[in-house]
Ligand binder design. Structure first.
Ligand SMILES: C[S@@+](CC[C@H](N)C(=O)[O-])C[C@H]1O[C@@H](n2cnc3c(N)ncnc32)[C@H](O)[C@@H]1O
Length: 308
């Protein structure tokens, strides 16, 4: 990410991307065949009074075809991370960390086993906004939730520890819709820190986009056009510095890694995203039969475990 993005709340710069993801969840939740049911997404979007209105229903999304995020992709992605936490809970993990939480309300909407402690990390202004709306709605978290307002390019480990995080307990970590915002070094440091803080039996799940894809998005003027629905330039916020793929890095530092391509996961969930991906490839001016087009198929959910 460009260094000029230092701080933000929900209605400016990077914060607006959390609002866009939340809008896509609201739309997906409105579908009869939804993959996620987020009962708070609509209120979280509307209360922000964003500079440009974002859709919160299927009808509104259909009337705004340039909205930045597809509800179907967001449905697949939401389900993947919901299922990840369900599995980690079954495995007995009772400590969770949501990296770059944005307006993720899993602390409020998932059925957590008693004794679960969950830490959300994001910019203070973003977490503050979410807490205020949820309080206004009169909804309490179903676990012990702690907001850790800190920049993930800085010393977030001290902030997490100060909030009570216990490195002796196995932890389930997620990073959804987040890695492209990090500079290469901050990402490498983050995976090292996660590993250092993870007791045996810990698990992690991140959404991965190959650098070639991030670069293509970041450099392409269409991204600016796509961002018009938000009023910000998403490409300018993403960081296309070359870096080791998340799966390779995690493997190298001791994790057992599983890579599940977004397309495969979508198909298995009954929501083929092939046409959607092909549309993105076309939009970016990439020939469908090129090597670069094939790289889009490497967008994946990367899940990893530390042996017990
Ligand atoms: C596209 S949103 C995704 C939010 C959430 N994970 C979701 O899927 O709804 C990206 C999030 O990353 C957060 N973010 C980006 N860079 C960050 C940084 N350096 N430190 C903390 N949070 C960051 C933003 O504030 C935003 O909430």
């Amino acid at each position: 990410m460009n260094a000029k993005y230092d701080e933000w709340d929900i209605t400016v710069s990077v914060g607006l991307t959390a609002l866009a993801a939340c809008s896509a969840r609201a739309v997906e939740s409105d579908r009869p065949d939804r993959l996620v049911d987020d009962p708070y997404a609509r209120d979280l979007v509307l209360a922000a009074r964003a500079p440009k209105p974002l859709p919160t229903s299927v009808a509104e999304a259909n009337a705004a075809p340039d909205s930045m995020m597809s509800s179907r992709f967001t449905g697949v992605r939401s389900r993947v991370f919901d299922d990840f936490f369900a599995t980690s809970a079954l495995d007995g993990v009772r400590q969770a960390v949501v990296l770059a939480a944005g307006l993720d309300v899993r602390a409020y909407r998932l059925p957590w086993p008693p004794g679960t402690v969950l830490y959300e990390i994001d910019q203070p202004g973003v977490l503050q906004y979410k807490a205020e709306v949820m309080q206004h709605l009169g909804v309490a978290a179903g676990c012990d939730r702690y907001a850790v307002g800190v920049d993930l390019r800085k010393d977030w480990v001290s902030a997490l520890r100060a909030a009570g995080f216990d490195p002796a307990r196995p932890t389930a970590w997620i990073g959804e819709g987040f890695l492209p915002y990090l500079p290469a070094k901050a990402e490498a440091d983050m995976f090292s820190a996660i590993t250092a803080l993870s007791a045996p039996g810990s698990q992690v799940c991140v959404e991965f986009m190959p650098t070639d894809v991030v670069e293509r998005f970041a450099a392409h003027p269409t991204m600016q056009g796509t961002s018009d629905s938000l009023g910000v330039d998403i490409g300018d916020m993403w960081n296309a510095e070359p870096r080791q793929a998340a799966a390779d890095r995690l493997r190298e530092i001791g994790w057992n890694v599983t890579v599940d391509s977004v397309l495969d996961r979508g198909r298995r969930l009954g929501v083929p995203l092939d046409e959607e991906f092909a549309g993105i490839v076309d939009m970016l001016g990439v020939p469908r039969d090129s090597a670069l087009a094939a790289v889009f198929g490497e967008c994946a959910f990367v899940t990893a475990q530390l042996p017990r």
